[in-house]
Structures are given as structure tokens and as C-alpha cells.
Design a protein. Sequence first.
Length: 259
Amino acid sequence: MPWCTHSEIRGISNQAQKIHDDIRHGHLLIHAHARDGHTTVVVGTYVHRGGKSVYLHGEDHLRQVADTFDSPAQALTAFESVHAAEMRPGPAPLTDTERATIAARSVFDVTTAKSEPSRPEPETVPVYLADAGDHDALLDSFLDAHGEFEKWRTWSDDTTHAIHESQTLRIERVHETPAHEPAWTVAAYETPVSDRAWVLTATGTTPAPVLQDLLAHLADGDGWDTRVGAPVDEKMVTAAAQPLSDAGWKHTVDGRWIR
């Protein structure tokens, strides 16, 4: 293209690259191709852009739209009238430049894949084997979502207390504890000044999903009813443990303890 200015050359090359990308990504479907002297001509239709059909002339950086049509039938008829003897169905064979580009890209893709460390496939595990997660972030999220709990810090900042507005449910979170020592203590009271009705502890290795379910259950208000009722008997224990029994858990009675 010695007669073109630099700006015109860039414009022609940009148009050729856009046509190439449209074909490669399936936006421009090629119906037929033919040889026209020293170059290739093709006819195709855009999937979008109103479904316009185009007649393309040239190869590589010289490929350009030579004519447009309103329908594939109109385009194919015009194409066949000129190139009937050389006309072949489908896209034209790749040029030497296109083959060289694909080869270079494949080498780059393989090199990139080898340089990237392989990531382990995600593994689904039972909730009790899940990661401990960030307990402090879990507590902060719980307090943000439940304004009925007020946050208190001790003078040393080692412990955070979350106290319900009724003063009958208190959650203690010790931030730095050995793995298997209690990091959470939940205590319920019949009144704000009575003895504990019950207490629950959890270690720092307790899976975050378990703690999240526990906190959500406490927040709904029904999980810590401390009203005085009948003494706990075997029937009440069986009813309370029914979800565990349904999940295949077994329990044994050892004196005062149920395991």
C-alpha cells in the first residue's frame, strides 16, 4: 500500500484486525469462500448488528469489507454470480500468518499454564470438620446485626463480652487462648441477678459455621428460655436430643452426665 498515508494504513489494519476478531469469536459467521486471483474473498453474516451480511476481500492485514447485503440469501446469490467456479462452502483455509499466530499463542498459553501454581480443588467436608475461621470477625458481624446485644471490653482488651438487653444472656469471647481451651462461654440466667441456669463453652478450634449457627439460634430468643419448669427427665432429654438421634448420633448416660 505505497500510495496510502500512515494514518490510512493504520485504519485499514485496524479494520482487518476487527474483522479477524469477529470471525474468531463467532460474531461473524462465514458461509463460503473463493480464490480471486492472488487473494481470498469470503461472504458471511454478523450474528448481531442487525444480521448484516458482508462480502470480504483480501487476507490478513488487508482484509476489508467490500460490500454489504441485507440478508444471507442476497449475499450468497451475489457471491455465487461472481465466484461460482471457485466457490467453496465454509471459512477459507488459514493463511500462513494466521497459522504462525496460533502457534505462537499456543506456546505462550502452555508457558503461562506451567508458570502458574496449580490450585487444589475445593473439598467438601462435614461442618464439624470445617476450618475454624475468624472468630473475632464472626462476633463483630453478629453484634453489628443484632442491636439487642451490647458489646463490652475488659480493661486488658483480652476479652469481649456481648450482653443481651435483658441481662439474662451473656457471651464471653476470650481472644487469645490455647487451641483446646474455652474461647467462648455462653451463660443464661433466669433473672439478671440469679445464678446461671446453664452454661456452654466452645474452644478456639470450633468451626466457624457451628458458631455462626449457635449465635443465630441465640439471637432468635427461643434458644435460651430460662423460665423455671419441671425437673429435667429422660423424656425431656430424648426430645431435646431428637435432632442428633435423627442424624445418627448415639448417647450414653454416665451417672449425672449424658454423652
